[in-house]
Design a protein around this ligand. Sequence first.
Ligand SMILES: [Ca+2]
Ligand SMILES: [Ca+2]
Ligand SMILES: [Ca+2]
Ligand SMILES: [Ca+2]
Length: 324
Amino acid sequence: MVLTLIASLSLAGTVEAWVPEEFPDGDVVAGSDGWNNGWNEDEWYSFDYQGTMLVAPYWDAGDDGEFGDGGAHDNWLTNAAVDVRQGEFAVNVYVDDDDSWGVVFGATADERYLLLFCGYDSGGGNTDCASGELDVPGSGLLLISGSDVEVLDQTDRSVDEGSDNPVVVSMNDGELVVTLGRIEYVVTVGAEFALNGVGFYGYNQGVVDENGNGDDSSAYFYEPVLSWHDDDDDGVVDDLDNCEKVSNADQADADGDGLGTACDDAEDTDTGTDTGDGGNGNGGGNGGPVLTAPGVCSCAVTDPSAGVLLLGLAALASSRRRRL
Ligand SMILES: [Ca+2]
Ligand SMILES: [Ca+2]
Ligand SMILES: [Ca+2]
Ligand SMILES: [Ca+2]
């Protein structure tokens, strides 16, 4: 089947869920497709630059206060509609000077993880890489709960001024791996951790758009991609797979206990001799988690035909991606 073949070429253990290149051009992103900003005065905009949608705040409206007070420290743009437990979020960040930037994930109403980093200032070393009183020398992985900031890990390594930097946040089987170029942070977070609420962060900076509007910076985010992990490459994402480590595209489950036949050592292989046995072994129930990433149906994927639909969307998304 041609559709499946095309999709399999782009799988490699993940299924693309979302390529949000349809940001509103030249408009405020917050409020569209579930995007929310933590501080209203530095509104985040998107604009088309030579065929690529860039996302950044235009203006820096101050740097007072601290995390959790709804001020400049809370200048993030997050998508609350993202609901992925085992998957990854990737985005590229162009950094033009020593301003501070970040990628946000695992966000709830009052808690979020933040990969924070700044460009290396070749003239005077790193100055305020972080938010105000925070002392993160180059980059760091932070957990922010209300106004409390916990530095989970940090390094004096940062990124170069004038550089493009790939960021990947991956959560799989209880392990969180965050990479910023060649810098890597690994944290054990537990199997129930979710990437929910992915997004961006900026501090003490603003960007100039193609019309000359904005502040004095030209740093921005581009090409964000959200994917689900599919460890066994069977086309059913880990979040929904009834045998996560065994390829079983049909998701067969003879005794209907939620564990697929392919990995259910104690499956009831009913021979049909019991009286009163309905004899079907298929309850038809699902109860799987619901994927609510924007741009994809909010349906529970529990049958092969739905899986093919997912793959088709992934292939379509891949073909529409644009590069600088
Ligand atoms: Ca997994
Ligand atoms: Ca799978
Ligand atoms: Ca499987
Ligand atoms: Ca079973």
